[in-house]
Write a protein that binds this ligand. Structure first.
Ligand code: ADP
Ligand code: MG
Length: 728
């Protein structure tokens, strides 16, 4: 039996592990593993509690004495729950999360032991993290970096470990993670958006960014996964002929969830809820074996942490159920890939969603202000936003008529489009007549009723308004949401800053406030008009039109990430103190390296599969045919032989042809890789990988997939698409 047959046999014998939630109600266990505000109140002195709350809500500093108190309270809580270790938990730039566990246990001089955890251990750690990606910021001889506590994301318990969310920075102060710049961006957004709100309402003192992600993933049986080296090493299939049936009947989407999967979901959702992740929605996705999970939205920093945690939980719990979760954006060719829609909005401390039309003309003008400024921010920073979501996997998904195109555009729906057109037409530079003003306000006043039942949906837009939020749909399923959230929040904050200044300038010239706001809105609406697109984003017409009006359509990652270090990016991020120029360059370099390494791994894996797995089997089958033909020749007359053996001989020739091509292509690919590896610099190397290595993946695959159709099913070594997609 080969690996494939063994895997299938194993699956047919599986008994599925059931999972029942021990508690009766969700509220009995929700956030039981989190050091929530309620627990802080219980375990901390009043003084310590007040200090940490103002640190969370207003970024106030916590002094050493207080941090010692907080550490003691946290330790007491954790020990009661049987925790033995603690770790600083952070998001390095390789996309995963990292942790280094230390024990609370400390031996004492008298031969005994105590559990120690003090303020210093809470606030700062020095993981020797020289091998995390740093884009040359830290030479390995200066390997020290340190992690520092982020009190705005609560500590939690995983297994027997107390996890403390932290930022991760180099000794020279540069950020080596996603969280540091994210916190800076959210802070800037708070400052600028609060100022904008104050034009309408003086009671607003804080604005937070909210994020609700929708996580898509595939599940396959672990035995099948383990018998596909390409899935194990590259996270996606590098070969495999299309299955006779895949998603064409659309019978999986929102279909009933198989028992085995439902058990797995119940268990990981249970674990997620205990960690305070408010998971709410689960359903089947479009492709077979594809699923989605979505929580209720939260403050962005927390939502990002929770998304990283849930990916970890999904992987861990899947394993327990003999399943493997695939987060790759395109694990299977020819079938929909996976994304992670980022639903984004802004919320004030007074509880107002700034992207939700309000109850009266004044609050609707505030809504329009945030809407229009967001559109402008996307228009001005389209390439930077595109760069924030690109990854080797996402390249296969975007623009493949299943996910938004690589062209960044904004969808508003007919009614809001009409409102913006109305402002464009009616607002004048000279003083508006009272009638026009009333008319405008009346129209704006009607927005909520119009939108109530009319939020159009346009599934093909990368950035769509959906009634009370924007949905950034181009994000990949494996991404850390922080990357797009840093860019979006910085871009919007920067735009609000420009808006605030312009409005205040007009006001200082004696123009009335709402007239000033209308005038600047009109200006922005006109300037950013090109980015608005209501039609079919999958159509060729849009691609043509976008080219004509000058919107960029950057398809491949090596080109897209150049925007990291563009003039615009440096201006946006450096001027606003989110990144230094050095940090941007480092991030660019890290992205380049990731691309090169991923293509290198795929290329090596496919080379090995082709030469060591596929060709030997193809030869074996070909020999069978050759023997058969020789036998026929012995027993048949010449004419009989000519008439009947011809198709066998054709097959033999076809197999030879594909084997020959595979050998040549693999050799060329390896040679090109060698040349690429000896490049002088990264930019040269990435171009070579993109142009001279990557194209071979498709060409080699083509020949392997043809062989799959010819060779005896019995001996084909790797699980086929129909097995990967339908056996659970
Ligand atoms: P759909 O698939 O139709 O887009 P889902 O219900 O799967 O809808 O996901 C919607 C997501 O949008 C949820 O995570 C939800 O919490 C989130 N969301 C709703 N309102 C907001 C908001 N104001 N800010 C951020 N996210 C939001
Ligand atoms: Mg959605």
């Amino acid at each position: 039996m080969n690996f494939r047959q063994q895997a299938i046999t194993e699956i047919s014998k599986r008994t599925f592990s059931k999972f029942d939630i021990p508690e009766k109600k969700t509220s009995d266990y929700f956030a039981s593993e989190v050091f929530t505000r309620k627990k802080m109140q219980e375990y901390l002195s009043k003084e310590a509690y007040e200090n940490i709350i103002s640190a969370i809500d207003y970024g106030k500093k916590i002094n050493r004495r207080i941090s010692n108190q907080i550490a003691l309270g946290m330790k007491a809580w954790a020990l009661e729950k049987g925790v033995t270790h603690y770790t600083h938990w952070f998001h390095p730039l390789n996309g995963a999360t990292a942790e280094k566990h230390d024990s609370f246990f400390e031996p004492t001089n008298d031969g005994g032991a105590i559990e120690r955890f003090d303020g210093d251990m809470l606030i700062q750690q020095e993981p020797d993290a020289s091998s995390f990606p740093n884009g040359g910021i830290r030479n390995t001889f200066e390997a020290r970096g340190y992690t520092a506590w982020d009190p705005s994301s609560p500590a939690f318990i995983m297994g027997k470990t107390l996890c403390i969310p932290t930022i991760f920075i180099s000794y020279t102060g540069e950020a080596l993670d996603y969280k540091t710049p994210l916190l800076k961006a959210l802070n800037l957004l708070d400052t600028e958006a609060t100022k904008t709100c104050n034009l309408f309402d003086k009671n607003v003192t804080k604005v937070i960014s909210t994020l609700g992600w929708e996580q898509e993933y595939f599940l396959i049986d672990k035995a099948l996964y383990l018998s596909r080296p390409d899935l194990v090493l590259a996270g996606r299939t590098l070969m495999g002929h299309a299955s006779a049936k895949d998603q064409q009947l659309e019978d999986h989407y929102f279909g009933s969830i198989p028992d085995r999967v439902a058990n797995f979901m119940r268990e990981f959702e249970y674990e997620a809820l205990k960690l305070g992740i408010p998971v709410k929605t689960r359903h089947n996705e479009v492709a077979p074996n594809q699923y989605e999970c979505a929580p209720v939205f939260e403050e962005t920093n927390l939502a990002v942490d929770h998304n990283q945690l849930i990916m970890e939980l999904i992987s861990k719990i899947a394993n327990k159920h003999n399943l493997k979760a695939l987060f790759h954006e395109k694990p299977f060719a020819g079938i929909n890939g996976s994304g992670k829609h980022n639903n984004w909005s802004l919320m004030t401390n007074t509880g107002v969603n700034l992207l939700k039309p309000g109850k009266n003309p004044k609050s609707n003008l505030q809504f329009l202000t945030f809407l229009v400024n967001t559109i402008k921010a996307v228009y001005d920073n389209a390439d930077i936003l595109r760069a924030s979501i690109v990854s080797p996997g996402n390249e296969y998904r975007l623009g493949a008529s299943e996910a938004p195109p690589s062209i960044i555009s904004v969808f508003l729906g007919k009614h809001l489009t009409d409102v913006l057109n109305d402002i464009e037409k009616k607002v004048t530079d000279t003083k508006m007549t009272p009638e026009t003003k009333t008319e405008l306000k009346l129209n704006i006043g009607k927005i909520p009723e119009i939108l109530l039942d009319n939020t159009d949906r346009n599934r093909t837009s990368p950035f769509a308004f959906t009634g009370n939020r924007f949905e950034f749909r181009a994000v990949g399923s494996s991404a850390n949401c922080a990357a797009p959230m840093i860019t979006l929040n910085t871009a919007v904050a920067n735009q609000l800053k420009i808006f605030n200044n312009k409005v205040n300038e007009l006001i200082s010239k004696g123009i009335k406030k709402d007239e000033a706001i209308f005038n600047i809105l009109k200006e922005i609406i006109i300037e950013s008009k090109k980015i608005r697109f209501e039609g079919n984003g999958y159509g060729q017409e849009w691609i043509n039109k976008a080219r004509k009006i000058g919107l960029s359509n950057i398809k491949e990652m090596p080109d897209a990430i150049k925007a990291y270090i563009s003039k615009e990016s440096i201006k946006l991020f450096v001027d606003n103190k989110i990144f230094t120029k050095r940090e941007l360059e480092a991030r660019y370099e890290i992205r380049q390296e990731i691309y090169i390494k991923k293509i290198q791994i795929e290329s090596r894996t496919l080379g090995d599969l082709a030469i060591n797995h596929i060709i030997p089997i193809a030869l074996k089958y070909q020999n069978l045919l050759v023997n058969n033909v020789q036998g026929l020749k012995n027993i048949l007359s010449d004419t009989e032989f000519q008439e009947t053996a011809i198709s066998q001989i054709e097959s033999i020739k076809k197999i030879s042809k594909h084997i020959h091509e595979i050998r040549i292509l693999v050799k060329e690919m390896v040679d090109n890789r060698k040349v690429a590896n000896s490049s002088k610099n990264l930019s040269d190397k990435i171009e070579k990988y993109k142009n001279n290595v990557k194209p071979y993946l498709e060409k080699i695959r083509y020949n392997i997939d043809k062989l799959e159709l010819i060779v005896d099913n019995e001996i084909w070594p790797l699980p086929k698409y129909r097995e990967l997609l339908f056996l659970l």
